[in-house]
Ligand binder design. Structure first.
Ligand SMILES: NC(=O)c1ccc[n+]([C@@H]2O[C@H](COP(=O)([O-])OP(=O)(O)OC[C@H]3O[C@@H](n4cnc5c(N)ncnc54)[C@H](O)[C@@H]3O)[C@@H](O)[C@H]2O)c1
Length: 391
């Protein structure tokens, strides 16, 4: 297969991983077919509207919109050389990976695969799954090459980061490896080859590593605050002109659709023998409880009007998946508070404007540090800001 003439189908192409990738490949001149089961999102894209916030996305969609083929039908992938899979890979209620949905998608696309095609698995996968998918296809008589090339972009920054992030690639065989090498070389200058299981682990290690680092900051935050000390003053002193502490994160709600579940996937892979990962989960997930408890020591929350500014899981983004601001809301409501939430990025008729929260609430939690809140003028309200927005 020749570079640029390689026809690419992206399954889950309207998603947070699939869409930036589709846009970038299309901009590079590859014929892209974007396939997604969500018909509403497909319709939005056809009209030039993004289904979620993506830096630079509106402009790039406008540029390449008419070059992309859109479909809700898996059959469309038969017209491609490379099929990239970007569907979600959540954990179940026991925090173990859900394997079945991945195989369901493979079953859905199987009737349309040809022997010379290549499947690139882009979703984050439980280690060993790429090999299993490869052998299940072989068992079914399909000599399709399988490759695992993890996505490592930060949510909402795909278009900015894809050209710069080194691409880890892996494949079931040499021919497939060559094809994906050539494909990703078109969008990034750095390619690193691993075996499929090594690549799966590299992705899980990356996310678990970040999750653990956030947990360290959150634990230190709790240690300081419990003693009436200013965590951010200590943090600043610790980091000032001191290279070895330069990657020490801010505290905050470590949440979203990836870090928690990938840390739990790694724990599951290691027979639940992952003390650091489990400890991090307990620290990160209980930060809202800690904040509510700290307030409760001095104030009853019963009947109080309490505001939460920011419900998304990360700043300047509209993604609320697994956001801990919702857990905070639930905890405050349980204490009898009248909680008024606000978020300039999320459309929810139950949410109030920032000004309403400021005028009605005597206590305000920062649920997500959107830049809109940076210059707010508070007029005597108690502000609970674990993120260090006002430090
Ligand atoms: N969100 C991120 O920034 C990010 C970063 C790196 C890796 N990842 C990983 O990438 C994967 C996808 O995450 P996401 O955030 O893009 O999820 P998402 O929910 O935003 O996107 C998945 C898309 O797949 C579509 N879809 C689901 N089942 C389908 C099917 N059977 N056929 C066709 N389309 C289907 C959905 O409609 C959706 O548009 C996950 O494994 C995640 O862990 C995500």
């Amino acid at each position: 297969m020749e570079n640029k003439s390689t026809r690419i189908a992206v399954i889950g192409g309207s998603g947070h991983v699939g869409l930036p990738l589709s846009l970038v490949f299309s901009k590079k001149g590859f014929p892209v077919t974007l396939i997604d089961s969500d018909a509403a999102k497909i319709e939005m894209l056809k009209k030039g509207e993004l289904p979620f916030l993506e830096e630079g996305g509106t402009e790039l969609l406008k540029e390449v919109k008419d070059k992309i083929t859109y479909s809700t039908e898996h059959s469309k992938l038969s017209e491609s050389d490379v099929v990239i899979l970007t569907v979600g890979t959540p954990v179940d209620e026991h925090l173990n990976p859900r394997i079945t949905p991945v195989f369901q998608v493979i079953d859905q696309i199987k009737p349309y695969l040809r022997n010379d095609q290549v499947i690139v698995l882009r979703s984050t996968l439980f280690p060993g799954l790429s090999e299993k998918i490869y052998s299940s296809l072989q068992t079914n008589g399909l000599n399709v090459g399988v490759s695992f090339c993890p996505e490592r972009i930060a949510q909402g920054k795909g278009l900015v980061e894809l050209p710069n992030i080194p691409q880890i690639i892996s494949a079931s065989d040499e021919r497939t490896l060559k094809i994906v090498h050539s494909l990703f070389s078109a969008i990034t200058p750095h390619i690193i080859e691993l075996s499929m299981t090594e690549a799966e682990l590299a992705k899980l290690f990356s996310n678990a590593w970040r999750y653990i680092k956030f947990a360290v900051a959150n634990q230190f935050y709790m240690v300081a605050v419990e003693r009436g000390l200013d965590f951010y003053k200590i943090r600043e002193a610790m980091m000032f002109n001191y290279e070895r502490a330069s990657d020490f994160p801010m505290a905050g709600f470590a949440a979203g659709p990836c870090l928690f579940k990938d840390t739990m996937q790694l724990a599951s892979f290691n027979r639940q023998n992952f003390a650091l990962g489990h400890a991090s989960m307990l620290i990160n997930e209980t930060l809202p409880d800690f904040l509510v408890h700290q307030v409760k020591i001095a104030h009853s929350l019963e009947g109080k009007k309490i505001g939460i500014l920011g419900m998304a899981f990360k700043a300047n983004n509209d993604d609320m998946r697994e956001s801990l601001a919702y857990k905070l809301r639930k905890l405050l409501q349980y204490e009898g508070a009248n909680v008024i939430c606000s978020d300039p990025y999320i459309e929810d008729p139950a949410f109030a404007k920032i000004e309403t929260v400021l005028s009605l609430c005597e206590m305000i939690f920062i649920g997500c540090p959107h830049s809109e809140y940076r210059d707010l003028k508070f007029t005597g309200q108690k502000v609970i800001d674990c993120w260090g927005l006002y430090s």
